[in-house]
Ligand binder design. Structure first.
Ligand SMILES: C[S@@+](CC[C@H](N)C(=O)[O-])C[C@H]1O[C@@H](n2cnc3c(N)ncnc32)[C@H](O)[C@@H]1O
Length: 161
């Protein structure tokens, strides 16, 4: 499922503040609905996903839907693969203004994503994600990052690094 409206509004507000020189990353983009919002103020948005649709019940159609959705929506690029492998592609760390984690919601996967993506966020940037309402996500954030992140509409979580 795409993320809830308060989380989308929060992301849109951060994208507006960050502006067109920013670099935002969505880890788990599915069909790109939230990526469109993240790209609305001109920042470069990187979408990471397996794009196989298996976890979402959309096998075979996820990637074409993503392409259709992001066409004309701004500066959006996609990377196909396992989320925790992608940060290794970057020689530099600490360059992203915001990383939004919304991929596999199991405790182990969220821990792995936070661990892999945290070094990519610049000092003063945002590490955030969806589904704080899920016990597995809450525990993963609290075990690896912070006990009391900012909570957005009961669903989103965010930390300014
Ligand atoms: C909840 S959906 C993302 C929804 C999207 N953020 C939105 O708001 O529209 C989760 C996505 O994460 C992807 N995913 C799950 N585990 C992944 C992993 N380890 N690596 C890459 N993508 C993954 C799934 O393929 C799925 O498209």
């Amino acid at each position: 499922m795409q993320c809830q409206q308060p989380v989308r509004d929060w992301l849109e507000a951060r994208a507006r503040e960050i502006g067109p020189r920013g670099f935002l990353i969505e880890v788990g983009t599915w069909c790109g609905d939230t990526a469109r919002i993240m790209a609305a103020h001109g920042a470069l948005v990187l979408c990471v996903d397996r794009f196989d649709g298996r976890a979402m019940g959309t096998p075979g159609v996820t990637f074409p839907r993503w392409l259709e959705n992001v066409a004309g929506a701004g500066r959006i690029v996609g990377v196909v693969g396992d989320s925790w492998d992608v940060p290794a592609l970057f020689l530099d760390k600490g360059f992203a203004d915001l990383v939004f984690i919304d991929a596999d919601h199991s405790h182990a996967a969220v821990v792995r994503d936070i661990t892999a993506w945290r070094p990519i966020v610049k000092p003063g940037g945002w590490l955030c994600g969806d589904d704080w309402n899920m016990a597995s996500v809450r525990a993963a954030v609290q075990d690896t990052l912070i006990k009391t992140p900012e909570i957005i509409g009961g669903h989103g979580w965010a930390v300014r690094l």
